[in-house]
Ligand binder design. Sequence first.
Ligand code: NAI
Length: 332
Amino acid sequence: MRKITCFEGDGIGPEITEAVLSIIEQLHLPLEFEKYDLGLTAFEKNGTLIPEDAVESLKRNKVALKGPCTTPIGHGFRSVNVQLRLLFDLYANVRPAQTLPNVISKYDHVDVVVFRENTEDLYIGEETVISEDEVHAIKKITRKASERIIKAAFEYAIENNRHRVTCVHKANILKKSDGLFLSVFEQISKEYPEIQSDSLIVDACCMNLVMYPERYDVLVMPNLYGDIVSDLCSGLIGGLGVLPSCNRNDEIALFEAVHGSAPDIAGKNLANPTALLLSACMMLDHLNYHTEANRVRQALYHVLENQKLCTKDLGGDALCSEFAHSIIEYLR
Ligand code: NAI
């Protein structure tokens, strides 16, 4: 049995995880999910956000499926997601935004993959209160972190028959920090002459993505822009409920939905499990179960064709568990 670490997380996490695991079970693969509490749920039970046994499990298994974790805004603990990414040095956050059949959105042909640097930029959390009226935050960009995320984007482009990698930055204003990221991009792009490369200022990128999303292929950028631009991309394909992601380094990969713990609908069986299900498909691909990953995607697309069988956010009236059940019925 191949063991996989599983964190249900907070809010809607347990509901969508249960839905996804019940679908994966139908594939009868030799996979065993080791479940651990994480985040607020773990804190409330044991007084620790990231329990040691959960850390050990991920170190051992090297692959995890994760539900969202709650982070209070403006006070309290530091984001569990950010902590996990730093703890395991999961430097690449890969977020593929592809148009899904029958999911209502303004566009038909979106197929963009965002590579977000995951370990530095403003997310290092170094904020200094200068006075009651002034706070400074540090934006950290290093050559090493820029090199590895940019290389990962080009390698992905080659492995997945992509044609272009675009560097997204704000080097016109942040000449030294984003300037370094851009110059590393320009250097590394020379090692991949078969892939087209260009660069774009982040504000122009946002406007262009909204106007001509079909023009973009693989995008690579520092942490903060990646966070914002990938949510924008989820809006291009039908919302936060459908965007999957992977946080990885060269050894460990953690798959999770891009959305958060959705406290407004938690515990009501209303959540859409699609983003976590597509993240699980990325995980199956990572484990070389390509046929099975595609079977699940086809089953999902089939159910998406009948809007009534979908969850509320997709215009249907099915509950999370009913939506999963329709996918299971198709897989049987
Ligand atoms: P959110 O993504 O949880 O929710 C935003 C809106 O989208 C809400 O109206 C919610 O109901 C809806 N939504 C999100 N996922 C959905 C789904 N699967 N099905 C249907 N509707 C869905 O973002 P919000 O409210 O800003 O954050 C809530 C908490 O989640 C915060 O504590 C935040 O820090 C955390 N968070 C965790 C992430 C993670 O664990 N990777 C990522 C983003 C936020």
